[in-house]
Design a protein around this ligand. Structure first.
Ligand SMILES: Cc1cc2nc3c(=O)[nH]c(=O)nc-3n(C[C@H](O)[C@H](O)[C@H](O)COP(=O)(O)O)c2cc1C
Length: 428
């Protein structure tokens, strides 16, 4: 087995849940000690307020904004355009803007808390391109997704490495959805010199880049790496190291992913409805066990399985355990093929740590992979997960991501040698 695969497999192995591990370590935390989930650069940085009448502002805003805001007695409750395991939101987004009217060429932090862009670095003959494409410049946008990992490791400890990457993938999916709405082609990049970029962006050990999205024109001009480093700003109000997470990140950042020809999806959604849908995307908390129609199920399936625009592609295979789809025999499916008929509602509920969601839904989806690069594979699972949310919600179907499951028992149930990376439930 290749070294890269072994590295990923060992991280996966070390972060498995089992019936016993969950009993022994149920991840209870004191909510009042939750680290801050918003990064804010110091006040002296120049800021651009995001204006809803400006299409470029909207393109960037829709990648990361708050879409649901309520004050409860125990404090504010803010949900975002991207879902997140435990609503802990470890991910941050940065965007390099070059050659776009109305913007200083620079690297900006998307400041979700205050709906603005913070200019953290002005470009000269340098830029982010130098870390992933030599001798080229991007006129337009380069997004970076990063993780302030302590927001998640605070609760989920070592398993948080999975959630950081899955959440990053969801965030990439949110960027892809905004790009689709603003008619921009994108390319996702997972293989680049992340470690140097983390150092140059001043992240120390507390934040790490997981992926990058290009949305712009390629120009054949040399651009060197950032000439100056950005000062460190902490993304949380306090911090505790998790050595496992840091080591797992580093080990999976230095391995190449599986390579593939770049291919773009072609969606045909009604744009106004899709925009509304992006704003209203939510995780369902409880299903009523109702059926969904087969027509809508396959429409969602076809669009979810459209090409992912990246050359660094790890294949994600989806097993669907059908409980209530009109006209379909309940059972385990691989794609359109029924592998084993049966009523597996109790079983999928149990496997997902006894969460009723995975029992009462219409279909429980299991994402498995035989990856080269574990980090890339988890991010792609999250990316596909964001498609499942958005396309299900678009057709009036409810959805939730499920990161907690008994790994080995789930793998045995599906009779696959591939690692189970993520589970999703859709239904009514
Ligand atoms: C990677 C990931 C794992 C998740 N795991 C679970 C889970 O095991 N159980 C659950 O009820 N919700 C789960 N969720 C849903 C989150 O709780 C939800 O996204 C978050 O509370 C924010 O709510 P929203 O999605 O409605 O914006 C998960 C979400 C993600 C992205």
């Amino acid at each position: 087995m290749r070294h890269s695969k072994l590295v990923g497999k060992s991280i996966h192995e070390a972060t498995k849940h089992s019936y016993l591990s969950v009993q022994l370590n149920p991840n209870y935390v004191d909510g009042s000690t939750q680290p801050c989930a918003f990064k804010v650069y110091p006040r002296f940085y120049r800021r651009v307020k995001l204006d809803e009448n400006n299409s470029i502002h909207n393109f960037i805003k829709l990648t990361s904004c708050i879409t649901f805001d309520k004050i409860y007695k125990d404090g504010p409750y803010q949900l975002r355009v991207n879902p997140s395991a435990g609503a802990l939101y470890p991910t941050e987004v940065y965007v390099q803007i070059r050659g776009v009217d109305g913007f200083i060429d620079g690297v900006y932090h998307v400041e979700v808390a205050n709906n603005c862009l913070t200019l953290i670095y002005e470009l000269s003959d340098d830029g982010l391109e130098g870390y992933f494409i030599q001798n080229n410049r991007i006129v337009g946008f380069i997004f970076l997704v990063s993780c302030v990992y302590y927001r998640s490791s605070w609760k989920y400890q070592d398993r948080s490495i999975r959630y950081c990457f899955l959440d990053s993938g969801h965030h990439l999916g949110a960027i892809a959805a905004s790009a689709y709405l603003h008619e921009k082609n994108i390319e996702l990049i997972f293989d680049f010199d992340k470690l140097s970029l983390n150092a140059d962006l001043g992240f120390e050990n507390k934040e790490f880049i997981s992926s990058c999205v290009i949305a712009g024109e390629v120009q054949e001009t040399f651009s060197r790496r950032l000439r100056l480093s950005v000062p460190f700003v902490c993304g949380t109000d306090y911090f505790e190291v998790n050595q496992f997470v840091e080591d797992a990140y580093k080990a999976t950042s230095m391995q190449p992913s599986h390579q593939h020809k770049l291919d773009h999806p072609k969606f045909n959604f009604h744009r106004d409805r899709f925009l509304e849908n992006v704003w209203n995307r939510r995780s369902i908390r409880r299903f009523q066990g109702k059926s969904i129609t087969q027509d809508i199920y396959w429409r969602i399936w076809e669009d979810v399985n459209q090409p992912i625009p990246t050359k660094n592609l790890e294949e994600i295979e989806i097993y669907s355990v059908v409980h209530h789809v009109e006209g379909m025999i309940p059972g385990i499916y691989n794609g359109r093929n029924l592998i084993q008929a049966g009523d597996f509602r109790e079983k999928t509920g149990y496997l997902c740590v006894n969460q009723a969601l995975a029992k009462d839904c219409a279909v429980t989806l299991f994402f498995v992979s035989d990856y080269e690069n574990y980090q890339t594979a988890l991010e792609l699972a999250g990316f596909i997960g964001q498609r499942v949310y958005l396309f299900s919600n678009y057709w009036g179907i409810d959805c939730s991501g499920i990161g907690a499951f008994y790994d080995d028992e789930t793998q045995d149930f599906l009779q696959t040698a591939k690692d189970v990376l993520y589970v999703m439930a859709i239904g009514k």
